[in-house]
Design a protein around this ligand. Structure first.
Ligand code: SAH
Length: 421
């Protein structure tokens, strides 16, 4: 989502102000830092990065702090780092050219309606297209700062989404990536009057774009995984068979304290249904350990769910108390060392499970869509429909193309393969 916001700002600056991008900040006239605030560490990193930029930048260069940390810290950023020229919240990226000309501007209205702005003609790559289908988040998860930095959830009208997808396909993309905090809650609220189209229907409408071959999305919310959605996921050949199911915890008690809206049983029921109707699908998840009140037994339940669902990838985090969240005031804190031990245990198990799965892939052949050039300039990386990431020897010519690839070497995060005729 942040990558897409950055694309928006670059587009606007290019169009209205004539800026070009550079990877060398020492020659830049403007340095933008697009921040995350979902956990605490990136916030600390912001101030150390800012110091470095300020020291070595061109004296005339401006610095802008954008994104979620900008939304919640606002003018505190300028107080702490007075050389910062402006602060622009995650929900205000459309105002980038406005704040650029106002020294010390702070634009952080989290309910500013910029849903119309969600489409700007800038893509970092013509071969993969991010499309915002909603902005903001209507959930009230007690650990999460996102609703306080990105505001209420507004869906983008489906006609605009389809039009944008068509434009991207015309420009050469064969795959699109739909973005939203809860994509399968799509259609609940629009800006102004609009036909109520749900996410399943949106997927159907997008699949009618003939040259479009693959549709990916993130993140769906387990609470909204009804049968209609799972069945469309399984039966629509254009929908990629990889599902992100953010579990957060395997204990119903903890899930309740987190206000996630589902129980362990509901989650397991949905995962089972998905495995039954779509056995080829890979499932990834997010897990938080050390949430206030998480006992050893609660943690054991999380591990049991991991083993039962056999996730293909687990993104795991130690709980980090965030400002403006309900859980910030919870007093039943888990000892930091205990939480770190739980995280290490969980991550070791995840690695073991991934190694076991990957070992079985050696020699398999996958239909891969190539989308990224490796830094070494000699390899390109791509994905299978079910999100297996493979690297092959090759150059730019392969980008935006499909090929059958045989897996020849196994790694934990990336596999290596050879294109076969
Ligand atoms: N909308 C998505 C979440 C986006 S944030 C959803 O509801 O699933 C991405 C992930 O960061 C979350 O899934 C969660 O696992 C993690 N996260 C969010 N707040 C956190 C916190 N306070 N501490 C640790 N991890 C957190």
């Amino acid at each position: 989502m942040n990558s897409r916001d950055s694309e928006h700002m670059i587009a606007e600056l290019h169009e209205k102000e004539g800026y070009e991008t550079t990877t060398d900040f020492k020659v830049a006239d403007l340095i933008l830092i697009n921040t995350c605030s979902v956990r605490e560490r990136p916030v600390h990193k912001l101030f150390s990065e800012l110091g470095g930029f300020n020291k070595h930048k061109k004296p005339s260069a401006k610095i802008g702090v954008c994104g979620c940390t900008a939304s919640h810290l606002g003018e505190e950023i300028i107080k702490k780092a007075p050389y910062v020229n402006f602060v622009l919240g995650a929900r205000n990226v459309s105002k980038i050219s406005e704040v650029l000309h106002k020294d010390k501007a702070v634009e952080i209205d989290i309910n500013y309606d910029e849903s119309e702005f969600a489409f700007k003609d800038f893509r970092s790559s013509p071969f993969k297209g991010f499309i915002n289908i909603s902005i903001g988040c209507d959930k009230a998860c007690t650990f999460c700062i996102v609703p306080k930095t990105r505001g209420d959830e507004i869906s983008i009208p489906d006609a605009l989404v389809v039009q944008e997808a068509q434009k991207m396909v015309d420009a050469g993309a064969k795959e699109i990536f739909l973005l939203g905090q809860n994509v399968n809650n799509y259609g609940r609220r629009f800006s102004g009057e609009h036909e109520k189209v749900n996410f399943t229907e949106l997927l159907r409408r997008l699949s009618k774009i003939e040259e479009l071959q693959r549709i990916r999305f993130t993140s769906p919310h387990p609470f909204h995984m009804d049968d209609e959605f799972l069945e469309e996921f399984a039966s629509n050949p254009k929908v990629c068979k990889s599902m992100h199911m953010p579990l957060q915890s395997g204990s119903t008690k903890v899930l309740k304290d987190m206000k996630r809206g589902y129980s362990k049983e509901w989650f397991l029921n949905r995962a089972k249904k998905l495995r039954d109707i779509c056995p080829e699908a890979t499932i990834s998840t997010d897990i938080i350990v050390g949430f206030p009140g998480e006992s050893d037994e609660d943690f054991e339940e999380t591990i049991a769910v991991m083993k039962e669902v056999k996730f293909d990838q687990v993104f795991s985090f130690k709980y980090s108390p965030r400002p403006h969240t309900e859980a910030e005031a919870f007093t039943n804190i888990v000892d930091s060392e205990v939480a770190s031990d739980r995280l290490s245990y969980l991550q070791a198990l995840n690695n073991e499970m991934i190694d076991e799965k990957h070992a079985k892939l050696l020699g398999n052949v996958y239909h891969i869509y190539f989308e990224d050039l490796h830094r070494d300039g000699e390899h390109v990386a791509g994905r299978s429909d079910n999100n297996i990431v493979v690297r092959v020897k090759g150059r730019e010519e392969l980008l935006g193309k499909f090929a059958n690839v045989k897996i020849t070497a196994i790694g934990r995060t990336i596999l290596t393969g050879e294109i076969i005729a």
